[in-house]
Design a protein around this ligand. Sequence first.
Ligand code: DGI
Ligand code: FE
Ligand code: FE
Length: 190
Amino acid sequence: MKIEEAEKAIKAILPEKRYRHSVGVSETAGMLAEQYGGDKDRAKLAGMLHDIVKYFSDDELKTMILRKPGTWGDCLDYSDKLWHAPAGAIYIEENFGIVDSDILNAVIYHTTGRKQMTLLEKIIFLADYIEPGRDFPGVDEVREAAKQDLNQAVFLELQKTITHLLSKSQSVYPKTFEAYNDLVQQLKNK
Ligand code: DGI
Ligand code: FE
Ligand code: FE
């Protein structure tokens, strides 16, 4: 799928604000790929498509995940905010014929992260957090880190997200903790 086709599909399916977020993630992902030696086209495509089913109903998302329960099936036991990520990958595989497993995994894990993330997975996870349209406490610190060190930026994002969830007494998906612990290890072995 070409990036122009993906953009058209996203424009048709998502409301204006979420469309602009998708373009922001796509462009940020493209820049991060250039900076860190990743595949720019795949980063831009995954970034454009990552939230494609964000506005499907919880029932629809749940049905999609139950139809194709992979290693992510356990997310149904956690926040419904997690569901659009694996369901998005199911959607783009079935509707756009995307079979590139790195792109599919980047979409599946864009919300939670996981341990042993690939370069593309880290790029999408980070781009989703720091794209120019984002404005929440601490985002600038992660933007600054992203200029210097991809792993440090991903670590900070995980730290801030977990801290935020804990402060609101919300559940934390185990793979998010695993991603955090993994990044601590990766930074230590630098
Ligand atoms: O879809 P977006 O709004 O662009 O961003 P996202 O896919 O990263 O969704 C983020 C939301 O998911 C945010 O409100 C935090 C929430 N969330 C709920 N439980 C968890 C979680 N995020 C992580 N990483 N881990 C969780 O367990
Ligand atoms: Fe998302
Ligand atoms: Fe997003």
